[in-house]
Design a protein around this ligand. Structure first.
Ligand code: IPM
Ligand code: MN
Length: 360
């Protein structure tokens, strides 16, 4: 069986890091397994054509097995309401393809400098699971602006939306090895249930779902408090589930504790579709200089293989995913190649070549 993968290079460093991941995926899977289908999209494309997500790109995403994306967004390319055009590319994909689960692994790799004192690789290994299709983002493009005097965005929670992200969290925890601190399978519900009805609803529905998973602990943390816990006791966490906006924020904090957005992979999953991309942005200031780190996008490619491997019971892909993760960690751990964001001078293409050599 072969898999059709849409690649959307996007803007800024997007093409460099996306093509890096494609090269690594080709090396790891060999020929005849992955067919890459490059499709246009993003802010630059919008400037040229007026479309951030062309219909033919959307249809290709809908029809194929998975999507691999570089990054999108260029400063100053905005809609009349002030929101950024580039971001609309994957926001449209999220909402149109119902990619409700944004899976953001937070893992300290050997060879990556950890800004937290006293934590070693293996002690920080959790996932921020962000509900990806409602919450405060449900108001994107739908907020109210009255006479330029009063502007509101509404936070939306639905029972379906919360139940399915909670179930995803508990199922994910079951597939992991528990929190590094105590090996316990644990889902931490991050909210502000003490203040807002919507978050109290989020917490209540997560608690209902937890009843079906007696083997997984449930834990609660307010969104403000959890920012301290993620610094002081990151080894306590296994899976943190959060509403869209809170998930957006704490996942960047989590990435910061394990080396930055340059190593932060992400998988945005629906029932039938998956979008894989680094959690970083398009970094236009360093675009075209071959200095971007491809680590986040390469690791997102490994997440894509894991997801496809699980969906299609294809052990070839699961093996390739593991080899890619080991190769990236080996290159980082041996200091063979140190990306600029980690204080080194390795070029994007050089890091890619180092990973490919390990895979050969
Ligand atoms: C992310 C990004 C996006 C978001 C932007 C680029 C639309 O910050 O994926 O974390 O806000 O979700
Ligand atoms: Mn973000």
């Amino acid at each position: 069986m072969s898999y059709q993968i849409v690649t959307i290079d996007g803007d800024g460093i997007g093409p460099e890091v996306c093509q890096s991941a494609v090269a690594v995926l080709r090396e790891a899977c060999g020929s005849g397994v992955l067919d890459f289908i490059p499709m246009p999209g993003g802010a630059l494309h919008y400037q040229r054509t007026g479309q951030v997500l062309p219909e033919e790109t959307y249809q290709a995403c809908r029809r194929t097995h998975a999507m691999l994306h570089g990054a999108a967004g260029l400063p100053g390319v905005t809609y009349a309401d002030g929101t950024e055009v580039g971001n609309d590319l994957h926001l449209q994909l999220r909402f149109k393809l119902d990619l409700f689960a944004n899976v953001r692994p937070i893992r300290l790799y050997r060879g990556v400098k950890c800004p937290l004192v006293g934590f070693e690789p293996g002690q920080i290994d959790y996932v921020v699971l962000r509900e990806n299709t409602e919450g405060l983002y449900a108001s994107r493009g739908a907020g109210v602006n009255l006479r330029g005097d009063v502007v509101t965005d509404t936070l939306v929670m639905t029972r379906l939306g919360v139940e399915r992200i909670a179930r995803f969290a508990f199922e994910l925890s079951r597939r992991r090895n528990g929190a590094p601190r105590d090996g316990k399978r644990r889902v931490t519900v991050c909210d502000k249930a003490n203040i807002l009805k919507s978050y109290a609803f989020f917490r209540a529905v997560c608690t209902e779902v937890a009843q079906q998973y007696p083997d997984v602990d449930i834990d609660y943390a307010y969104a403000d408090a959890i920012t301290v816990h993620m610094i002081k006791k990151p080894d306590f966490y296994d899976v943190i589930v959060a509403e869209n906006m809170f998930g957006d924020i704490i996942s960047d904090l989590g990435a910061g504790t394990v080396g930055g957005l340059g190593v932060a992979a992400s998988a945005e999953l629906g029932l039938k579709h998956g979008l894989f991309q680094g959690a970083h942005g398009s970094a236009p200031d360093i675009a075209g200089q071959d200095v971007a780190s491809p680590v986040a996008t390469i690791l997102s490619g490994a997440l894509m293989l894991r997801w496809l491997g699980d969906e299609h019971q294809d052990t070839r892909l699961l093996g390739a995913a593991q080899r890619i993760e080991h190769a990236v960690e080996g290159v980082l751990a041996d200091g063979e190649a140190v990306p600029h964001d980690q204080g080194g001078s390795t070029r994007c293409t050089e890091f890619t070549a180092a990973v490919c050599r390990r895979l050969q």
